[in-house]
Design a protein around this ligand. Structure first.
Ligand SMILES: N[C@@H](CCC(=O)N[C@@H](CS)C(=O)NCC(=O)O)C(=O)O
Length: 228
């Protein structure tokens, strides 16, 4: 098989990068990982511009092929590693897994803006705007629905780990970082995601990264910039 390389942003902040990284890890893929540091809100990183058709990470290269967009990369991983069963096997579960993954990929802007991912930190006391609270309620409704209808075979949204879990993993870390109050099912699911060895490995590497972005680190500090 041609060589796979995943270009990612800073592990602390790049929630989109975490998603396909987790999917590839789960598939047991051998891949090179190249971190291209983000520059902060509104500032484009030239190294990312050079590598990515969209000017954003993540990007996967497989030989001469370049794939961007986190969900498209996860789909590609599911195709080249079919034995990893990255989508649920039952058609109804698979359809719902695709729906909730697409909803994550295209929505939840208020939540993402108010509570940017920072896997290295615990931040208390951040004011959560109403639109973000609505997103948080919708995420919990999705998690409860998936767990109760499809989760019997394991601890993940569809029992076994799937792309849907990869898509929601950065939300789980945000809930932990900002101490968001959650229902019991969602609390347990957050613990499941954070307990994944791959998740722990990502966080450990994030802690070693020297590339801090002040605007993101200032969130939760009185007078800090809440943009992301
Ligand atoms: N829809 C894209 C979003 C990717 C995205 O927004 N990536 C951010 C980092 S998490 C980025 O590369 N921003 C460009 C930059 O900061 O230079 C995906 O799912 O991959």
């Amino acid at each position: 098989m041609a060589e796979l390389t995943l270009y990612i942003g800073n592990r602390s902040y790049s929630s989109w990068s975490l998603r396909p990284w987790l999917a590839l890890q789960h598939a047991g893929a051998a891949f090179d990982e190249v971190m291209l540091p983000l520059r902060g809100p509104g500032v484009r990183a030239p190294e990312i511009q050079r590598r990515s058709p969209s000017g954003k990470v993540p990007v996967l290269t497989h030989g001469a092929l370049t794939i961007w967009e986190s969900l498209a990369i996860c789909e590609y991983a599911a195709e080249i590693f079919p034995e990893a069963r990255l989508w649920p096997e039952a058609r109804d579960a698979r359809a719902v897994a695709r729906a909730v993954s697409a909803e994550m990929a295209s929505g939840f802007a208020a939540l993402r803006t108010a509570l940017p991912m920072n896997v290295r930190r615990r931040i208390q006391g951040v004011a959560i705007p109403e639109a973000a609270s609505q997103d948080i309620a919708r995420v919990q409704a999705i998690w409860n629905d998936c767990r109760s209808r499809f989760g019997q075979g394991g601890e993940f949204l569809f029992g076994r780990f799937s792309i849907a879990d990869a898509m929601y993993a950065p939300v789980a870390t945000r809930f932990d970082t900002y101490g968001v109050e959650l229902d019991a099912v969602s609390r347990r699911y957050v613990a499941t995601i954070l307990g994944l060895p791959a998740m722990q490995a990502w966080i450990a590497k994030a802690r070693e990264e020297p590339h801090l972005i002040e605007a993101y680190e200032a969130i939760g500090v009185v007078g800090g910039d809440a943009g992301a």
